[in-house]
Design a protein around this ligand. Structure first.
Ligand SMILES: N[C@@H](Cc1c[nH]cn1)C(=O)NCC(=O)O
Length: 437
């Protein structure tokens, strides 16, 4: 690829990924505003957590419709629409004085956010050679997380200084700027590369069905489902109270440990991206590996007699930090087992997995904690029992992953592919045939 073409690819991707970072900024912008929101709307913590949950429900529910729209109208249009919708949501939030209006604002933000990540994913294979796609996908996820940093530091300062309305109007302005940049800089494909013929609605529905019935797409869905929820639930809602109310850590230490998770992601992401690109037939082993390590570390933490030692908790957080990079491997399955014309729909199916599992777990942990301690005075045992709910989803995810992998491999054999040996046998064979000096 000539240098100028390579530069152009990175430029287009850079602007698209900046729009994704802005979406994460908007998604997490309520995190630092819990105190001011409680005062402004006169609501408690449980109503505030409903704001977050509702926003995620909308995000998850829109994945498939958005996937179809991305395939039909292209990434650029959907990225612009998503950024503008989030700006409308944040403007509503800036002016809201009633909790009902604030909920509506968060729903609109969730809808705009839902349009962003899979639109960026659809651009990557159009601008980069196939061997680079897994790494660029990982990079997309990691760079996007910077939006969360932006939502903590400048937004917190704006809330503390100019106040609620200017802070959220500022967030809306950032959204409009992102929309403008995308409009000017992003193109769905390089000039001269053939555009797919536009599909009608009936064909789009057939594509969606074909994508879902392909076991390779479902392998991606269950990979995302099984690896994302544990880390996401910890970061989004229950990790902080577990560490402060359950383990008795200071807010500073608990916040620092959550930051450690953010810092470990960029180390794990490139490793998983490289392994995915180098061993495409072993991607499911990576997923099983991450899953088993997560379950084993959680089990050790939950069974530990008395208070968990800090090094073990640090280990848990480093393992949980793999939630973003590991679940991103799910999109690689979507890409390899679907033609580019239905990549949006396939990515939407995959992306629904982790968010649905996270919502179920956030809700179930809340219900178990309420049942254990209706007054809200939770102790370590309450958290330990509540976190055990995760085993239900891990078991479901494991069985679904296993069966979709079996069907995917059977399909590959039926299409004339060579059978894939179990990992242990493949390693033993490689060892026997290693070059000897
Ligand atoms: N798996 C994440 C993205 C990610 C994070 N680290 C590496 N990749 C994901 O599914 N994100 C969806 C979104 O909308 O943020």
């Amino acid at each position: 690829m000539p240098t100028s073409a390579r530069r152009r690819s990175w430029f287009v991707w850079g602007v698209a990924v900046a729009a994704y970072a802005v979406a994460i900024f908007q998604r997490t912008s309520l995190g630092v505003a819990a105190g001011p929101a409680t005062e402004r709307f006169g609501v408690g913590a449980s109503v505030l957590s409903t704001f977050v949950v509702l926003q995620l429900v909308v995000y998850a529910a829109m994945q498939i419709p958005v996937g179809i729209l991305v395939d039909r109208f292209g990434s650029r249009l959907l990225l612009v629409a998503g950024a503008l919708l989030m700006a409308v949501g944040q403007t509503t939030m800036a002016l809201a004085t009633h909790p009902g209006t604030a909920v509506l604002a968060r729903v609109v933000v969730g809808a705009g956010d839902a349009m962003t990540f899979i639109s960026v994913l659809r651009i990557i294979p159009a601008w980069f050679p196939a061997r680079r796609v897994p790494m660029v996908t990982q990079l997309t996820g990691q760079v996007g997380q910077l939006g969360q940093v932006a939502s903590t530091i400048p937004l917190a300062a704006a809330l503390a200084g100019p106040g609620w309305t200017p802070a959220y109007l500022g967030a809306a302005a950032v959204g409009v700027l992102a929309a403008l940049l995308v409009l000017l800089a992003v193109r769905d494909r390089p000039v001269g590369s053939p555009a797919a013929a536009p599909v009608g609605w009936a064909e789009a529905m057939t594509d969606l069905r074909s994508s879902f019935v392909h076991p390779g797409t479902r392998l991606g869905l269950w990979s995302h489902f099984s690896t994302q929820f544990s880390g996401m639930v910890f970061v989004l809602l229950w990790g902080y109270p577990f560490m402060t109310a359950g383990l008795g850590y200071s807010p500073g230490l608990a916040g620092g440990l959550l930051t450690l998770m953010v810092l470990a992601g960029p180390v794990i992401g490139p490793v998983l991206g490289q392994l995915t690109a180098q061993y495409p037939l072993r991607r499911s082993n990576l997923i099983f590996g991450v899953m088993i390590t997560t379950v084993a570390t959680w089990t050790l933490v939950l069974l530990w007699p008395g208070t968990v030692p800090l090094p073990l908790l640090v280990l848990l957080l480093v393992v949980l930090a793999a939630y973003g990079p590991a679940s991103a491997v799910g999109f690689d399955f979507a890409r390899s087992f679907n033609p580019s014309t239905r990549l949006g729909a396939a990515s939407g199916i995959v992306n629904m997995g982790g968010f649905t599992a996270s919502l179920i777990t956030i809700f179930a942990i809340g219900v178990i904690l309420d049942w254990r301690a209706p007054t809200g005075a939770f102790d370590l045992a309450d958290f330990e029992i509540a976190f055990c709910f995760q085993y239900v989803l891990w078991a479901f995810g494991f069985v679904s992953l296993w069966s979709s992998r079996r069907l995917t491999r059977a399909g590959m054999r039926a299409d004339g592919g060579a059978p894939i040996d179990p990992l242990a046998r493949a390693i033993a064979r490689r060892w026997r045939h290693r070059p000897r000096r």
